[in-house]
Design a protein around this ligand. Structure first.
Ligand SMILES: Cc1ncc(COP(=O)(O)O)c(C=O)c1O
Length: 677
């Protein structure tokens, strides 16, 4: 019988890329694993099974230089890689070792092999019961079982983790080796940089000997437990439990402050430890994560960017044409002129247009224009308008301890205190409040900047009164339609209320997922752009305006604002009906196509987390709000509600005494920032 140890190793680890070649003492990690394993008396051959990927070149070159056998196979289907490697060397028995375990212990490996043969098991390991520290894992199984698993296993999980299928199939002939005491909390494998730090300490302690036994490491642990604290905060079960997206997010947080670029997409906002976090594909209202799981997006649909669904074929074709013909040049793209004309045609009160790519930046453009046009500095504002200094300065206060009180959740650190008082937040639907503000700041306000409607609907006459106040006081009225635009009308929501601003801003859905934002306005104000300096290189690229032109064409044809409003109204009434059925008090709010609900309960955030947790298991990205797209058809909505219903039933039980905390499998989601509308 030929016994072959197959060591799986690759450079593209999600959590710790390149770890195989990290130096411990004087040698790369993989060399230590192989050297220690070579001391085995029962292994006939060692082969490293790595993946076909150019990022492994350094590893392969090194191993070849040291004359180790190598097999290169599938990156994701590790089961197949094992099978093919075993077949190539005619193995009868396979010993599975993972390359990230530099404390692999040859004596322990031999014990496992011996017991595997003596008990005539089909599969034997030392990981079945909680006993050995993590990082000493040995699995022994027959080539026959491996061959069978390779043929029959279908799930991504089985293919990635190699042995679960064998363990299931051979449940009656499984052997196990355990240690009498439980040290399974100790983490001696290398998945994260902190793990490597621990391993380096251990090898330094025993230097120059690299062949010390695992029991000696245990002695060290008992004597110097503090040395082992460096990675004790990392959960041992994480590796197999969490998805690739969560692993990548951990890596992201080490190198990207906040983990990503947008607060609203942080996994913590949904399901801190289990949200899939990253996508590989998106189409219609479906999203695929990095592990190939497909979800129906019943949440924020790219934060409201895709009214026509992800990857709309006609918009994508328009973009692909740009890619083929050229996205950039020294000359300008004609599409920006066509798009400007189209937006003005849709909003006849406006005369001129400027473009940017993001919502926050186009808001800054509008504020600059208003200040330049009026020669005044203060901005009265309501709603959210982005991350820039002019806006965040609202949260500066005389008393630094009170910084942030106006728009809770947005911290103004880094915004010059000199800007304090240049913005004047006011409450939506409170016309007297706004009147007061204008009186108190007589003649100093350049612009009133607000969303037409967000969570609340405007009270009768409110918008008209705002318009009149602006006109009477020579104030530029700016409607930020970044989010409200195209949700209820073909263009700005202000069209529905027949109130014309002086400037309106669009972003988000304008390019159906491609970056483009616009500021449209009356000539007398827009021409002030020439009295100041507003200019940026990438505002001239061609994809944004081309995508927007096609998006508008499709929106107009499909009357998408009607469709999404109808769907949104239906969703909202079904939320209410479900709540009524289960005797739960909820509050719904938002434009129909951007609807959301919240439970009137002190546990509302916990319930929201529960919904996300349970809906994820059923294949939905879901929270307590839905940004509707035209692909959310009746069937999808119907299925969503049949999956949601049992969760409402559980929430009802929780309201009647069941402990919600016992149902949550991880931390509660974070809440976002608060607006004044
Ligand atoms: C009304 C409004 N204005 C501005 C912004 C900021 O847009 P962006 O995130 O593209 O900078 C947002 C984003 O949520 C918004 O809703």
């Amino acid at each position: 019988m030929k016994t072959v140890a197959i060591v799986q190793a690759r450079m593209g680890s999600t959590r710790f890329p390149g770890k195989m070649m990290e130096i411990i003492g004087t040698q790369p990690l993989i060399e230590i694993v192989l050297s220690r394993l070579s001391r085995s008396k029962k292994i006939d051959q060692i082969i490293v099974a790595t993946s076909i990927n150019s990022n492994n070149n350094k590893l392969i070159k090194f191993l070849k230089g040291k004359n180790y056998s190598i097999y290169q196979g599938s990156e994701k289907n590790v089961l197949q890689r094992y099978f093919q490697a075993a077949k190539e060397v005619n193995a009868d028995t396979v010993v599975r070792i993972t390359g990230d375990c530099p404390l692999t212990d040859a004596k322990l490996v031999d014990d496992c092999i011996e017991k595997y043969y003596s008990t005539k098991s089909d599969y034997l390991s030392n990981v079945m019961s909680a006993s050995f520290p993590d990082g000493l894992d040995v699995e022994v199984f027959s080539f026959k079982s491996l061959k069978e698993a390779n043929k029959l296993a279908k799930s991504i999980f089985d293919k990635e983790h190699v042995t679960p299928f064998i363990k299931n199939a051979k449940a009656n002939s499984i052997g196990s080796i355990s240690y009498p005491l439980n040290y399974s909390d100790c983490r001696w494998s290398v998945d994260e940089p902190e793990d490597l730090e621990l391993i380096r300490r251990i090898f330094k302690f025993f230097s120059p000997n690299i062949y010390f036994s695992w029991e000696k490491v245990l002695d060290m642990y008992k004597k110097y437990p503090d040395q082992f604290n460096v990675n004790s905060h990392i959960n041992n079960n994480e590796g197999s439990m969490i998805g690739t997206g969560q692993k990548l997010y951990k890596r992201a947080k080490r190198i990207i402050p906040g983990g990503g670029m947008l607060l609203s997409k942080r996994p913590e906002m949904f399901l801190p430890d289990a949200w899939p976090s990253y996508f590989s594909k998106s189409k219609g209202c479906k999203v695929t994560d990095l592990d190939g799981n497909e979800y129906i997006d019943m949440s924020i649909m790219g934060v409201g960017t895709n009214i026509l669904g992800y990857g709309h074929p006609e918009v994508d074709d328009a973009v692909l044409k740009v890619v083929k013909d050229g996205n950039m040049s020294t000359l300008n793209c004609p599409e920006e002129v066509y798009l400007a004309e189209k937006l003005v045609e849709m909003h006849p009160w406006s005369d001129m247009v400027r473009f940017a790519r993001a919502g926050g930046e186009i808001n800054s453009v509008a504020v600059r224009i208003a200040r330049a046009a009026t020669g005044k500095e203060k901005i009265a504002l309501c709603g959210y308008h982005g991350w820039h200094d002019w806006y965040l300065s609202s949260n500066l206060h005389n008393d630094t301890n009170l910084d942030g009180h106006l728009l809770p959740g947005l911290r103004p650190n880094g915004v010059p205190r000199g800007l304090r008082g240049t913005t004047l937040p006011f409450k939506y639907n409170d016309i007297e409040g706004l009147e007061q503000l204008i009186k108190q700041n007589h003649g100093e306000i350049a612009a009133i900047k607000m969303e037409v409607s967000r969570n609340e609907r405007p009270m009768d006459g409110y918008l008209k009164k705002v318009r009149d106040l602006a006109t009477e006081n020579n104030i530029v009225l700016i409607f930020d339609e970044c989010t409200s635009g195209f949700r209820e009308t073909f263009g700005g929501l202000h069209k529905k209320y027949s109130i014309e601003p002086d400037i309106a801003i669009f972003g988000k859905a304008l390019g159906n997922g491609y970056a483009i934002s616009a500021c449209i306005g009356r000539r007398e104000f827009m021409e002030a752009t020439q009295k100041t300096f507003i200019s940026s290189t990438f505002w001239t690229e061609r994809i944004g305006p081309s995508a927007a032109l096609k998006t508008l064409e499709i929106m107009e044809r499909e009357k998408s604002w009607d469709k999404i409003t109808q769907t949104g109204l239906n969703i909202c009434s079904q939320w209410k009906a479900l709540a009524k059925k289960y005797n739960l008090k909820i509050k719904t709010c938002g434009l129909p196509a951007l609807g959301s609900f919240s439970f009137n309960s002190s546990d509302s955030l916990l319930y929201k987390t529960l919904i996300t947790q349970e809906m994820l298991k059923k294949g939905y990205l879901a929270t307590n709000s839905i940004y509707v797209c035209i692909d959310h058809n009746q069937n999808i909505v119907k299925n969503y509600f049949s999956e949601l219903e049992p969760i409402f039933a559980v929430i009802n039980e929780c309201e009647n005494g069941k402990n919600i905390n016992t149902l949550l499998e991880g931390p509660v989601c974070h809440s976002g920032f608060k607006r004044l509308n």
